[in-house]
Design a protein around this ligand. Structure first.
Ligand code: UD1
Length: 362
């Protein structure tokens, strides 16, 4: 059986690394299980792609579609045309997509139209917010997926509500956590730690990249002002996503305690998170990692497709109104942030479960 493993954007690389590692580890059992790694090139520079391949020991892609930057439609179309060509030349038996990025949806559609089965790792999660490109990617991908590898019982229920048969749903856990646990003793102190003389639990980490928070200058400015002024003078380390950079340069906000840095590598970023007092973010994946590390997390979004990070983990959804930030910071500084637990099957063995199923389907 030949499987195409698709990866295109930063969070995808973290999710595929342990699956590839597990396939390789079990090569004696899996000699009939061949894979090709297809990198769509949605993220392409060293900070967003190359360093993840190096640190997570992901082999060089068999194909790079080099789609690069563009609008939602042009990226989707570019990926579909280029992936279809590969499938015309040499079809695979299964297309395995992960997460919810443009590359996930584009490759799932392309494969399915050529009657190739689709497996979706992280299937079934829903934010309910159709203004987010990721939610459209999830809905479209799941509408044509054959095998759903899910991270939570909420995802299982979402799929069943949408009419998916139980025997297509495989509750395996979270591959992002496989990567986190596998690398927990390899984390690297980043340069900014030394430069800013950071101390354990005496700084905050912040990331913002959602179009709803960063594409409008006024919203971005209000969020940053509110975060800095309510953070008790603690240093705030802000690795800036390329999408956010353009508007930040226009706004030109400067504070003594706010430190902008380039996007960090995986091992450096998670070192910073692990030793921080709290994280402020609009990412989905980071809320899963902070839950497992037990670090308080404030999410600047109105909805989440990962509700277990809130009702089990350390995450709290603050919404996008900057006024909600100060009360949350007060709760943090008064020592009243919830402790949180770890969701079922987020145990580092998810890729093993996935590969067991793949072997069973050969
Ligand atoms: C994408 C995903 C989002 C994910 C995020 C993580 C979609 C719809 N969104 O959003 O779900 O959470 O990645 O990073 O797929 N750029 C660079 N260098 C790169 C890559 C991108 O400078 O290596 C620039 C692009 O030129 C573009 C901007 O970053 O201007 C945004 O990139 P894009 O791929 O459109 O989506 P993201 O906002 O990164």
């Amino acid at each position: 059986m030949l499987i195409d493993i698709i990866a295109g954007a930063r969070p995808n690389f973290i999710k595929i690394a342990p699956i590839i590692k597990e396939i390789k580890k079990r090569s004696s059992e899996t000699s009939n299980l061949k894979y090709r790694l297809i990198h769509t090139g949605q993220h392409y520079d060293r900070n967003m792609s190359g360093s993840f391949f190096e640190q997570l020991n992901i082999p060089a892609p068999d194909f790079n579609l080099e789609v690069g930057s563009g609008s939602q439609a042009s990226q989707t179309a570019g990926i579909m045309i280029r992936y279809e060509k590969i499938l015309f030349d040499s079809p695979s038996d299964l297309c395995l997509v992960v997460g919810d990025v443009t590359s996930t949806m584009a490759c799932a559609i392309t494969a399915k139209k050529l009657n190739i089965r689709v497996a979706h790792v992280e299937g079934g999660i829903r934010s309910g917010d159709r203004s987010m490109p990721e939610e459209i990617n999830r809905l479209v991908t799941d509408s044509i997926t054959d095998y759903f590898f899910t991270t939570s019982d909420v995802a299982n229920k979402n799929l069943q509500k949408e009419g998916i048969s139980k025997d297509q749903i495989f509750f395996v856990g979270n591959t992002m956590i496989d990567t986190l646990l596998d690398n927990s003793d390899k984390l690297i102190k980043p340069q900014v730690w030394l430069e800013q003389k950071l101390k354990n639990q005496q700084y905050l980490v912040m990331t913002l990249h959602r179009p709803s928070n960063v594409d409008e200058e006024e919203q971005l400015k209000r969020l940053i002002n509110e975060i800095v002024t309510s953070s008790d003078g603690l240093p705030i380390i802000f690795p800036v996503h390329p999408r956010t950079r353009k508007n930040l340069e226009k706004i030109g906000i400067e504070y003594n305690t706010l430190h902008y840095v380039d996007p960090l590598s995986y091992l450096e970023f998670n070192y910073l998170v692990k030793h921080s007092k709290a994280v402020i973010t609009d990412s989905g994946g980071i809320t899963e990692e902070t839950t497992v590390m037990g670090i308080p997390c404030m999410t600047l979004r109105n909805s989440t497709e990962r509700p277990e990070t809130c009702y089990i983990g350390t995450n709290e959804l603050l919404g996008t109104d900057p006024k909600s930030i100060a009360p949350a910071m007060e709760k943090l500084f008064s020592g009243n942030w919830k402790k949180g637990g770890i969701p079922e099957k987020w145990d580092g063995k998810t890729s093993k479960r996935i590969v067991n199923y793949l072997i069973g389907w050969m």
